[in-house]
Design a protein around this ligand. Sequence first.
Ligand SMILES: Nc1nc2c(c(=O)[nH]1)N[C@H]1C(S)=C(S)[C@@H](COP(=O)(O)OP(=O)(O)OC[C@H]3O[C@@H](n4cnc5c(=O)[nH]c(N)nc54)[C@H](O)[C@@H]3O)O[C@H]1N2
Ligand SMILES: Nc1nc2c(c(=O)[nH]1)N[C@H]1C(S)=C(S)[C@@H](COP(=O)(O)OP(=O)(O)OC[C@H]3O[C@@H](n4cnc5c(=O)[nH]c(N)nc54)[C@H](O)[C@@H]3O)O[C@H]1N2
Ligand code: SF4
Ligand SMILES: [Mo]
Length: 741
Amino acid sequence: MSIVPTESLGDARSPATATADTRTVHTFCRYCLAACGIEVTVAGNRVTKIAPDKQNPHSWHDFCAKGRTANQLVEHPRRILNPMRRVGDSYVESTWDEALSDIAARMNALIDEGGPDSIGVYYGNPAGFSSSNIIFMNGWLDAIGTKSRYFVGSVDQNAMHVVAEAMYGSQLMSPVSDVDHCDYFLLVGTNPAVSAWNWLETVPGGWRRALERQKAGATIVVVDPVATESARKADVHLAVRPGQDWALLLAMVTVILDEGLEHEGDCVDLATGVDDLRALVADADLDDLAARCEVPRAQIEDVARGFARATAAMVVTRTGVSLHEAGTIAEWLGHVLNVITGRMDRPGGRRFERGYVDALRMFELAKVEPHFSRLRGRDMIAGAHALAELPDEITTPGHGQVRALVINSGNPVVSGPDGAKLDAALGQLDLLVAVDFVQRESHRHAHWLLPAVHWLERDDLPAFTSSMHDEPFVQYGVRAVEPPAGAREEWRIWVDLAMAMRRPLFGARGVNGVIAATRRVATLTRRPHVEFSPHWINRLLVATSRRVNGSRLRWRDVIGSPHGIVLGPREYGHFREALRTDDKRVHAAPPEFLARTRELLASTPPVAPEGFPFQLGNRRHRHSMNSWLNELPGLHPSGRTNEVLIHPDDAAALGICGGDRVRVFSHVGSIELTAALSPRLRRGLVVVDHGWGSRIFDPSGGGEPQSFGVNRNLLVDGEGMDPLSQTSTLSATYVGLERLA
Ligand SMILES: Nc1nc2c(c(=O)[nH]1)N[C@H]1C(S)=C(S)[C@@H](COP(=O)(O)OP(=O)(O)OC[C@H]3O[C@@H](n4cnc5c(=O)[nH]c(N)nc54)[C@H](O)[C@@H]3O)O[C@H]1N2
Ligand SMILES: Nc1nc2c(c(=O)[nH]1)N[C@H]1C(S)=C(S)[C@@H](COP(=O)(O)OP(=O)(O)OC[C@H]3O[C@@H](n4cnc5c(=O)[nH]c(N)nc54)[C@H](O)[C@@H]3O)O[C@H]1N2
Ligand code: SF4
Ligand SMILES: [Mo]
């Protein structure tokens, strides 16, 4: 079949119910992986209302306030509507032709001097919610041949990738939660009541569904140093010492193996390495482990037994685990608990969803050559280097020094470690290009601001993440409104840059010529849909998709089903065949993890350094998305900002009352904010929400920057890192507190 679309994208959109000037569009929210189905009312080209899509068969018929107000970002008063070029201290509006040719010429000159690695990119979390952005960004990076790729994974999910690679043979093999059949939830370092049940998986309304299971008799255990919204609903809350989940989970593995509570079949047939685990736990001492994580031994034993004996159970680990030095070990031990108690690919456990597209295979085909960073000599993880390495790579001269950087959907000065150091480095670049809607903190030194398109203005078919849904599902995410004339989808920016730089997209000769030819034909024939676009790829992916529950996906069904299609019931039993390990077994005890765990066992428990007696924790807010959406009045009544939460006893000892101004300092930075007292924290922990303190500039209007709250990551040392996943230790910083006069 031809993959050239025969209808325009406009025709492919959902058959909107229309009255005079008002239409209803069914699509899904792309702010987080919960992917809630939504019903968007559009008048003219304006969104007038967003409601949950009650007919979406996969979604939970509900959503959160971020989805409800998604149009506020579209209509942001400071939205960048055309490319903006820096001239001195201000910006002037420019055309795309000017922007692309200037950026291309400057980048080519830098490559001539310092090689391809002098061009770098940082891509943030929202890049992954577009079905075309990262594919074409990599195509452009391959065109250049640069390895200076930095990615949000090193402040988020890298531990999962490292564990999946070592245990299952592919970094992308992330199991999904089978919530509706689960009898025992062990939730570690996650607050799904606020953050929704998502981290490399889509489990719509996951928390609500877990609570329904609880009503039917299931047990929920939450492991968190804070009595969060989720912990307060749990049957058991283990207020673990921050960063010591590895000790807690290892203690549970010990109890299970010592007491013979493991799943015999899976320990023999499915997994290898269980004997190595036995040898490891033989060297561990339960009392020592309990002392390290500061959870009573009896409670650990209870939970381990309850978990192992439950008919159906799952461990879920998230960012509370990963943003610490032993994050990978704790993440691994969570998977070990699932594997040795027979929870993989069984009802109520962690299932492997195949998806209609074999993302694992595509990932293998696109496999990048190993690359070691210039200064630290560290390997890439999930195709990118650690954000923490970026500042030195920018400021240290030599061949391959990063001299031009593109920030694609990211705000790393606020979301990554040691923002001040990164900010200073960004200021030294020969060329900084930001692709975003508004100019935020990380973009303040930008030479070019390139306006992006919001998902309400964009079509997405998230085929490569189809294996992350908790049931087989497809939905074509149609746009609700047309983007502003001057904004461009990222894929087009990357394609245009490759062409302007005269470097072959994907490093494949001839591709640029084909794309240029389709553009010429489109102009000549006045049929814009003839032009090459990601739509071609979508058609190809659907045409070559694999059978789900025995049937093949058809394009007309995909675009003819605005609410999405559940492609039959959840399937079990594909995990084994999907494994990418050579022996098709789960490697329960990868040697590098065993070695690191022995190191941790031999180490003395961490002590707070002199002068910094508190540990800085983190919180997410329902109405924020990392460092953005904080500025939207519909989500945050004016004046809302972040504060420092302190345990009342700790506050009393320092003479601090709620409402006092307080200075929080670490050995790399200092911030000032208002104190709020909360008995919900462990003593010794202080909590500041991340994501605040990002200014929003006004490049077109010249107004004063708007600022909301303070950036707690200014206190985080970029040197702190989990050696296995290269993840920054964003939740482990030791800080001091003082009351300000
Ligand atoms: N202390 C601490 N720090 C953390 C965390 C934590 O728990 N504690 N969490 C970490 C986690 S999990 C993450 S994912 C990272 C997030 O880190 P990042 O992804 O680097 O940062 P965000 O704050 O999400 O900023 C995203 C930017 O993308 C823009 N944007 C949104 N949608 C689009 C789009 O479609 N196209 C384009 N071009 N731009 C878009 C937004 O305007 C915003 O400026 O932060 C990490 N930082
Ligand atoms: N409203 C909202 N929803 C979001 C986001 C958002 O910014 N806002 N971000 C999205 C993104 S990008 C992601 S990655 C997911 C993240 O989803 P989650 O990982 O569930 O994120 P959090 O809600 O920050 O929950 C992390 C919990 O870990 C706890 N914690 C901190 N340190 C430790 C520790 O050492 N051990 C243990 N056991 N717990 C610890 C914190 O107290 C916190 O309650 O959420 C997504 N959903
Ligand atoms: S939980 Fe909120 S932000 Fe996430 S997809 Fe749903 S509506 Fe969007
Ligand atoms: Mo994240």
